[in-house]
Design a protein around this ligand. Structure first.
Ligand SMILES: Nc1ncnc2c1ncn2[C@@H]1O[C@H](COP(=O)(O)OP(=O)(O)OP(=O)(O)O)[C@@H](O)[C@H]1O
Length: 237
């Protein structure tokens, strides 16, 4: 498995934000983590990226235990946070170059990796543009390209389409689905059912618990996924 989470729990004081969460994602799968506001998606991402830690449960990334071998585990992880983290005064290429340097990449290796990442997101022709001049969708694509520079096996995206118009939202969703064809494993947090495709792996998270885990089409059972999602998250509200 590319990502395996077992019996993960987390509390903020008395508030239990994650309650015995377990799931695993196979290599090259697109997995949608669908949950309403407050479900625990950001808390889960914080634990997967070691922004904070918990003694309750286990995380394995590309076969490496996150608490026992954090450097090796995190080296296999790319992350796109919910809030944008680009320097708007730098060009697209400069934003990526800086990040490549942080990963110890320089010279020809860095240039080759940057070109490849920009190609994957179809952003190569915009490499010299100031990030400030890009629309929201292209800024997001720049961040995704940046997250791929160190050749991670697993890519986490925390509500990556927030604030984008419908066309950009569709384009980003399509681009990231395409990345899985090259073997990348994706965990995509969202509260929007139209970003989930029938053959995606789907996790429905609500009030810190996984309510469903399986192929999206099986979970929807022939009806509209948004109806299923609303029914499930209302029933236990
Ligand atoms: N620092 C904190 N202190 C106390 N409670 C918190 C804190 N951060 C999150 N929570 C609570 O933990 C629960 C899970 O929050 P989390 O942010 O992980 O959910 P989410 O699914 O990411 O929601 P959103 O889509 O709104 O970002 C919520 O009930 C939230 O109010």
């Amino acid at each position: 498995m590319s990502l395996a989470v077992a019996n993960l729990s987390y509390t903020y004081g008395p508030k239990r934000a994650l309650d015995d969460v377990s799931f695993s994602i196979a290599p090259g799968r697109f997995c949608a983590l669908l949950g309403p506001n407050g479900a625990g998606k950001s808390t889960l991402f914080g634990l997967l990226t070691r922004l904070f830690t918990t003694p309750d449960g286990r995380v394995e990334i590309a076969g490496q235990d996150l608490s026992r071998h954090p450097l090796q585990a995190l080296a296999a992880l790319g992350i796109v946070f919910q809030q944008q983290t680009l320097d708007l005064d730098l060009t697209v290429r400069q934003n990526l170059s800086y990040f490549a340097a942080l990963h110890g990449l320089s010279g020809k290796t860095a240039a080759t990796r940057i070109d490849a990442a920009l190609d994957r997101l179809r952003m190569r022709e915009r490499a010299r543009e100031k990030t400030r001049t890009l629309n929201g969708g292209h800024r997001r694509r720049t961040e995704i390209a940046r997250a791929l520079l160190h050749a991670p096996k697993v890519l986490l995206l925390d509500e990556p389409t927030v604030g984008l118009d419908a066309a950009s939202r569709r384009a980003i969703t399509d681009h990231v689905h395409d990345l899985t064809a090259e073997g990348l494993t994706v965990l995509w947090a969202t509260h929007l059912t139209d970003e989930v495709r029938p053959d995606d792996h789907l996790l429905i998270l609500h009030q810190g618990r996984i309510l469903r885990d399986g192929p999206a089409a099986e979970i929807a059972q022939g009806s509209d996924l948004s109806d299923t999602f609303l029914r499930l998250t209302k029933a236990s509200a």
